[in-house]
Structure formats: structure tokens, C-alpha cells
Design a protein around this ligand. Sequence first.
Ligand code: FRU
Length: 447
Amino acid sequence: TTDTAALRPVAHFTAKNSWLNDPNGLLHHDGTYHLFFQTNPHGTTWGNISWGHATSTDLVTWTEQDLAIPFTEDEMAFSGSAVVDARNTAGFAKEGETALVAIYTSAKDGSQSQSLAFSLDEGETWTRYAGNPVLDIGSAEFRDPKVFWYGGDDGHWVMVAVEAVAKKVVLYTSSDLRHWTFASDFGPAHAVGGVWECPDLFPLIVEGTTRTRWVLIVSMNPGGIAGGSGTQYFVGDFDGASFVPERLVDSNDLADFDWLDYGRDYYAAVSFNDAPDGRRLMVGWASNWDYANVTPTSPWRSSMSLVREIRLIASTDGVHRIAQRPVLPREVEGLQVFELSVPSGVGNRHAVVLSGVDEERLVITIDGDDRSISCDRTASGQIAFHESFPSVDWAPLPNGTTDSLDLLIVVDGMIVEIYAGGGLVTMTEQVFPSEPFGSLRVEPLAR
Ligand code: FRU
């Protein structure tokens, strides 16, 4: 690793001096956004897995806090979620207190089970629950609990987790976070080329209607659309106990399924609990297990994505699709945001070239005949640290695209995020140029 300080993103969260993978425990409470993350407090590669913690009030400036849930001699704290236990269902709070409760996977030799930790001081300090684990099914591959409250005062907690190797999302319900009852399962379905991880389940109103649909997020590694780690989603219904997809496609072609992102670097994406104004805000880990442990940065390794607001759109073909946009409430110094529109009709082929110094570049090709977007990072700077890093990634033109395609491209040090067609298609890519890409040009390409 060379000196890569200039590549450290300014609006994407990175840990100061350590390794980072999945976002965990995304939660809004009392004006503060909490972002917990998988980290190694003693190093820049995966290991000693603990929950780190960062907070923000604007979703672009993050302040790293003390470690929340450290690894112990026999337990690593794998991915999970956090809730505000406003009704004190678990009984951790005393009069006048509110408990934040984290639900994480206790990863031990040959066993994975679900455990609780709670905070009575707004997330500053955390205590493991003495009755852990709260859900143990005797499995070595049972992880990543996402917990949320379903219904009103007479509602209940729902946990969405995975039986990773079986490629199943499993749902449990509880009234007190301590006792869980199996409710249903879903899968295998659609992409099944790797283990299923980090699920999420949440409602969205179909834009411009009053209909609610539920979205089930499933990360998978390997076997993603761009190779290695990838995140797919399903749209359907949920009644508090089971998820029923509204559309299952019988295909062997990964392109026929719904992907949250078509780049190499968007994984383990989950949403905030209790975001204000009914917004659904997501964050993904902007890396890929294929090469995450050897990316050339120091003294940190890996970044989160920007926070993304997601909406559900009824496309012209009747299919419900997710559209995403980055949450950028203000200008951020050092962050480049490009907005442009590129011809995308039949007979058109254009390259959007992001460049820096020494011919280093990322080339995004919009092809109106193939109806595709491709992203080529084979000349983007350092690429030789892993054989699977230099890649040309493919995405479809967003449904409904005709003569022109709008693009929103954010460049933040080592992270490039591409939002196409109102965010119906996104691609997230890491790049390691000698200097961050600062310019963009559009070139017509010969047919
Ligand atoms: C996903 C994942 C999770 C697990 C965590 C361990 O990237 O493999 O399934 O909980 O990372 O760090």
C-alpha cells in the first residue's frame, strides 16, 4: 500500500485506522443517525470482528465513536441491527430511560446464534445481555438479524435473518426481543450462486399511488451480477409473518433478476430503522469479498456507500422497481458531483470518461443499440493487487429509457457511484488512481 490519504473519501464513511465491512444497526434516534459497522479494532484486514460506531446529524459528516460491541475471547460480533425499544418490551430501561437494543450474531467456533446488547445512554456504552444468546437453532450458518417493529401498539417485533448456506431468509417474531418464534421462510429464489447474507425487509409506498409493497433485500456472495458480492431484491407483500413475492422469474440469466446495484462494490446494504418523515435510507459496504482484504489503502481499508434514499416506482412494463438517489443535503468540499444527459437512442454510443493524471481513467459506455451501460476500470490506476479487480461491468439501460439517459455521478476519492435513469440503475465502483478523478468528458464512439 502506498500513501493513499488523498483517496480517503470525505462524504463516505471510513474507519479512522481500521478495517471495515458491513453497516450494522442503522438507526435514527433523537436527531442523531447511528451507523455501526463490522470492524477489526486491531487491524486492517478482516478479523476480531466487533461493532464500531459512528454518528451523524446530516448523513454526510460522520464522527467515529468508541467501539460499541467488542469481540471477546470466544465470540465475534457479526452483523445485525438496532432498535429503539420505546415500549421497553425487553425491560432493559428503568423509569425515565429509553433503551437502544442491538441484535447481533454471536459467531463462535462452529455456531452462530442471535444475541442482544443494550445502551441506556444514547448509544455511548453498550452492555451484553446476560441471557445471551436469545435465539440459537444449533446452526453454524445462521446470521445477520434485521429487527423492526411491525404494527401499532398491539404490534410485534419481526426478525429477518438468513440460513446462509441453505440460501433462505428466515423470519421470527417476538413481543420482548428475548423470546423468538419461527414464523416463515423464503428461498432459495432468483440468484443462488453464493451464500445469502444481510437481509432486510421494509414497506414502501409505490410512487404516485397509495399502495404499499414490501421489499426484501438479500445480499449474496459470490455469484453477484458483476462477479463476487452482490445485492438482489424482491418486491411483494408481508402480513407480519410471511413474505410473498409478487414476481418470480424462472431464468438462469442473472440479468433477469432485480439488483440493487450493478457495480462490483455495493454489498450488505441495509436500511435505517426509524428514519424521519417516512424516508427509507440505505447504506451499503462499498467493497467486494473477492478482494476486500487487499485493496491498496492505508491506514484504513474499505468505505461505506453514500446514504441513499430509495423509492419504489411502477415502471412502464408494470414491474415495481427500486430507484435510488444519494443523500447530499449540502455541498461537500472535495466531493465531485456530475450531472449530465447522454444520447441513448438506437445508433448512439458514447463514452463518459472520468480522468485524473497519467491517462488513468474510468470509462462508462452508454450503448443505445445494446441498450447497456458498461463501466471499465481496467485503466483506473492501481489494479494489480488482485486478479479479479480490473473489471468491465455491465448494466441494462433503465426500463423506459429512450433518446437520452440522465446520469448522476459522484466521485469521492476511491469511490465512484453512478446513478442512471433517475436512479433506476446504479453502479458503485472502487478505484485507486494516483490522484482522484477530477474531470469528466463525453466522447461519441464509432459504431
Ligand atoms: C457479510 C458478512 C455477514 C457477517 C459479516 C461478518 O459481508 O459475511 O454475513 O455477519 O460479514 O463480518
